[in-house]
Write a protein that binds this ligand. Structure first.
Ligand SMILES: [Fe+2]
Length: 381
């Protein structure tokens, strides 16, 4: 009964898919069977450890665009969708609509940032998907025409996910304070950084809603940390390796809190792609790597910081009241030029959600048909 395109082996089978004949392990196939997922809770209800013997196929064939397998020790006919097998054969994993390749950007990106009015995000799935897509692909977007109400920012964040609290609470206010807990709450320049690396899970997606800005100076600065990391990899692979390998310590300390955590300056995934960066010299603790390793680590670190200061990476703009900049706090490095404190008022309200929530929202929207909108975003953004 076995299909001639399929060959059965001791621990798995090979099947012809296009030009290739990928191999699939029997445990994996048994686990990938449709019946292993409860249709109501959508959770896995099969436990591989209950099998008395490792699964072994008796016969396998393709039917209704699915691989069907009968097993030697079980009276079960498994069904594994061909779409899943094709994805695993080509991508190594199931298709994920949120796995959008990052589009690295440079100093000329300002006019191409997605700009989307708040009302459309709150009222249409299409605009919400555009925002999610831009945040995954570019790591940054500007929400325009924010309602000037007290719950305006909350409503925007909740269109993507729940607010993630930090040491400051659910929200933080960036304005001059008499007893600041952070350099952000002064009128001084703010060096390029990602937020709160001293927290074990540093915030994922940051919102900065500009409520008021009439001061002289205080331009907002942003760059794509992944683009700078890739430039470092091209220019000095050993420096890149050091920053992508070793964790360094950060803190966030004040009267009532003392957060400490280790982070890697350049984050990579298992495919070796840059997924983000963590930089904050004002919240960096004394490095605790072996002292002789620091002979190489510090020059690599300094090289990366200097690269980030090059104009070719930087965009600079004035935060306008009514706009909210939303960005991936693990990828987009931000800062601010100093301003004249008594020249007017500058007040930004911020909060965070996490990257998992952003991806989850986009996957749900993709299921409704809003996937792969990159071309439309470029046209309308
Ligand atoms: Fe910040």
């Amino acid at each position: 009964m076995t299909d001639p395109r399929i060959t059965l082996h001791d621990k798995g089978l090979r099947m012809a898919i296009g030009e290739a004949a990928p191999y699939f392990n029997y445990f994996w196939l048994r686990d990938a069977c449709d019946t292993c997922i409860d249709p109501q809770t959508r959770e896995r209800v099969f436990d591989s450890s209950v099998l008395t013997h490792p699964p072994r196929a008796k016969a396998a064939w393709v039917e209704d665009d699915a691989l069907r397998i009968s097993w030697q020790d079980e009276a079960v006919i498994s069904r594994v969708p061909m779409a899943l097998l094709r994805d695993v054969a080509t991508l190594g994993r199931a298709h994920d609509p949120a796995a959008i390749p990052r589009r690295l950007w440079y100093g000329d990106f300002m006019n191409r940032i997605a700009r989307i009015p708040q009302t459309s995000i709150l009222t249409t799935d299409e605009a919400r998907a555009r925002l999610c897509h831009a945040l995954i692909e570019d790591g940054i977007a500007v929400v325009t025409q924010m309602e000037p109400t007290k719950d305006s920012l909350t409503r925007l964040v909740n269109a993507l996910g729940p607010i993630t609290p930090s040491a400051e609470g659910l929200f933080f206010d960036v304005r001059v304070e008499i007893a600041p807990t952070n350099l952000a709450f002064t009128a001084g320049p703010l060096e390029m950084h990602t937020d709160l690396p001293g927290e074990e899970a540093a915030p994922g997606v940051q919102f900065l809603h500009c409520l008021e800005n009439t001061v002289e100076g205080g331009l907002s600065l942003f760059l794509d940390g992944a683009a700078v990391a890739e430039a470092l990899r091209a220019e000095d692979p050993e420096a890149f390796r050091l920053l992508a390998t070793y964790d360094i310590p950060f803190f966030y300390r004040h009267e009532n809190w003392d957060y400490r955590a280790h982070q890697r300056v350049i984050e990579t995934n298992t495919d070796g792609e840059v997924t983000g960066v963590t930089i904050s010299q004002h919240l960096q603790d004394n490095l605790d790597l072996p002292q002789d390793l620091l002979d190489d680590y510090y020059p690599a670190f300094v090289k990366f910081i200097r690269l980030m200061q090059e104009d070719r990476f930087l965009i600079r703009f004035r935060s306008e009241a009514g706009n909210c900049v939303v960005f991936d706090n693990h990828r987009i490095v931000h800062g601010r030029e100093g301003y004249v404190a008594d020249s007017g008022k500058r007040h930004l309200r911020g909060c965070y959600t996490d990257r998992g929530a952003l991806h989850s929202t986009y996957r749900v929207l993709a299921r409704k048909g809003f996937e792969d909108m990159s071309e439309r975003i470029r046209e309308t953004g």
